[in-house]
Design a protein around this ligand. Structure first.
Ligand code: MG
Length: 265
């Protein structure tokens, strides 16, 4: 039985090139699943404010129970209705990243020099600290990734989250998948009760079967994602974005008989 959904946002629930960008059938299905007690976590590369902006912009009629942000942090609403850290995870995550960036300062400086001098990519800074970059193309991003893999020390925990032409630097132990694993622990939902859907590189950690048994990719997902989902025994939809997520959810709920009690098809 499915009790928790962990979905990416851009390119998975929202099709920025379609009208409407989100299929009404997705809203109906999410509402019906919620009525049956299923929890929904938005698991996104957006930060908390930008995720909320997206939900408003695309007129989601219901809010997620959890928002997992920046591919690593976990938020839920407190008794007063405000979004706040869920448990101690975000604090641990921040400490791990501060320490990592301190330990890898020389490597980071070298990489930024490579980016400035040998690519057209632009580093992204937050509070004067380099946190990632934006490349001009997928091919340029491939070069940056290759540099990173060949230049960091083999035991380094310096890692990254890749999403289209955007790259976020991160600690190897923190990802959408790791955050989902912690959410399952906090909510006492098992891997076997968890559905997940995503379309790009930064979603693979939650789609490879490690943190969720029921994985799905919409038809517009990149090949690497489709491959990871297939390998995990998941479902690759024909339809794009939200239509694809509805297709995948219906497959699991109906064909695999994973619907919660009282669910109306
Ligand atoms: Mg996406």
């Amino acid at each position: 039985m499915i009790r928790l959904l962990s979905t990416d946002f851009d390119g998975t629930l929202v099709d920025h090139y379609a009208s409407p960008p989100v299929a009404p059938a997705l809203f109906e299905l999410l509402a019906e699943l919620r009525r049956c007690g299923v929890l929904w976590a938005l698991n996104t590369g957006r930060d908390l404010a930008f995720a909320q902006d997206g939900l408003r912009q695309f007129e989601f009629p219901l809010e997620p129970d959890y928002i997992l942000t920046n591919e690593r942090e976990i938020f839920h609403r407190n008794a007063q209705g405000q979004w706040q850290d869920y448990g101690d995870w975000n604090r641990q995550c921040l400490l791990a990243h501060d320490l990592l960036f301190e330990q890898e300062a020389c490597f980071l400086e070298e990489m930024l020099r490579f980016i400035r001098e040998e690519t057209g990519a632009e580093p992204i800074y937050e509070n004067s600290k380099p946190v990632g970059l934006v490349a001009q193309s997928d091919a340029e991003m491939d070069r940056v990734i290759e540099y990173l893999h060949t230049s960091r020390s083999p035991e380094s925990l310096f890692h990254y989250q890749r999403n289209t032409i955007y790259l976020r630097f991160c600690h190897a132990h923190y990802s959408k998948g790791a955050a989902l694993g912690e959410l399952c622990r906090l909510t006492e939902v098992s891997i076997h009760e968890t559905f997940t859907a995503g379309d790009h590189h930064n979603d693979i950690s939650m789609l490879d079967g490690t943190f969720a048994r029921w994985a799905a990719a919409p038809g517009n997902a990149i090949e690497e994602v489709k491959g990871a989902v297939q390998k995990a025994g998941g479902y690759v939809a024909q339809a794009r974005c939200s239509d694809g997520v509805v297709e995948a959810l219906r497959y699991f709920l109906e064909t695999e008989r994973l619907a919660p009690p009282g669910f109306r098809f």
